[in-house]
Design a protein around this ligand. Structure first.
Ligand SMILES: NC(=O)c1ccc[n+]([C@@H]2O[C@H](COP(=O)([O-])OP(=O)(O)OC[C@H]3O[C@@H](n4cnc5c(N)ncnc54)[C@H](OP(=O)(O)O)[C@@H]3O)[C@@H](O)[C@H]2O)c1
Length: 264
């Protein structure tokens, strides 16, 4: 899909990965609608974009409430949005039995339910475009259940299943559905405890720029899914075929997960 002059709605636009996606899409000549809850950080993201087409816009909205989603849907109708990128997300690290119910609820709502409901409301108008797309930003943890990230894994496994089913359901329409699964990425999304855990486990962190480049390439090549990182993408395949092998490896990391969850 050609991105020049496309109207693109991006949630999580002021976040680490969102800002990098916005920068690359702007450089590719797309017209952006940047969604977030904080007008100041959204305005700063908007001001950082080059070139500075007057066409970029901000949409201040909380995707977790119906009013926020209604604001987004009205905006998309006015702007004839062609592409929707669901990038907003939250994560709480820690042992599942010790987590607040409110943070479990926030992960399921922000990472899964809100994008599902937004997509449902936007599909009728996307179908009117000759070329349209939905991209859901998931995670490698949407394919591999990792101790210490149980609620987050549940939300991203759900998002992956949703994206796959929707992609197949809309296969005979103009709307392409894609799922991008980054591995750990260097943004404020990861608390100091998560960064320390990744270091202790020897896990690499990608730059937000690399994730943004993968997302653009996914869209430009009309691909339905992409998993990032080596060996992470291999583990995704092994986990699908032989989950006990991955369980064996991850159980060994359990003492480190427990140790770092205490400092979270
Ligand atoms: N960083 C990683 O290691 C990593 C790895 C794999 C996948 N991912 C996924 O990549 C995506 C982006 O992550 P990131 O690293 O860029 O995180 P980030 O820097 O924390 O940004 C997340 C963004 O989500 C927005 N957001 C959260 N709740 C929202 C809500 N209720 N309504 C509207 N916006 C909301 C926040 O915007 P405001 O606070 O301004 O509203 C924030 O800008 C997430 O879906 C995440 O799961 C991240």
């Amino acid at each position: 899909m050609q991105l020049t002059h496309k109207n693109i709605l991006l949630t999580g636009a002021a976040g680490g990965i969102g800002q990098a996606i916005a920068a690359k899409l702007s450089a590719a000549g797309a017209r952006l609608s940047l969604v977030g809850r904080n007008p100041e950080t959204l305005a700063a993201t908007l001001a950082s974009l080059t070139p500075q087409p007057a066409d970029h816009q901000m949409v201040v909205a909380d995707i977790n409430n119906p009013e926020g989603r209604a604001t987004i849907v009205e905006h998309c109708t006015r702007q004839s949005v062609d592409i929707v990128i669901n990038c907003a997300g939250v994560m709480a690290f820690g042992l599942y039995e010790e987590q607040d119910q409110s943070s479990i609820e926030a992960m399921i709502t922000t990472n899964l339910l809100a994008p599902m409901l937004l997509c449902q409301q936007l599909i009728p108008q996307l179908k009117q475009r000759s070329e349209a797309a939905i991209v859901n930003v998931g995670s490698i943890f949407g394919s591999i259940g990792h101790p210490g990230f149980t609620g987050y894994c549940a939300s991203k496994h759900g998002l992956r299943g949703f994206s796959e089913a929707l992609q197949r359901e809309l296969a005979d329409t103009s709307v392409k559905v894609a799922y991008l699964a980054p591995r750990a990425t260097d943004t404020e999304f990861n608390s100091a405890a998560v960064v320390a855990l990744n270091k202790a486990l020897g896990n690499s962190m990608d730059s937000p720029d690399l994730v943004a480049a993968e997302l653009i390439s996914l869209l430009e090549n009309d691909q339905p899914r992409r998993f990032m990182g080596w060996p992470e993408k291999l583990f995704v395949k092994i986990n699908g075929l032989f989950p006990n092998i991955v369980s064996g490896a991850l159980i060994k990391s359990l003492p480190l997960v427990k140790q770092h969850s205490k400092s979270n």
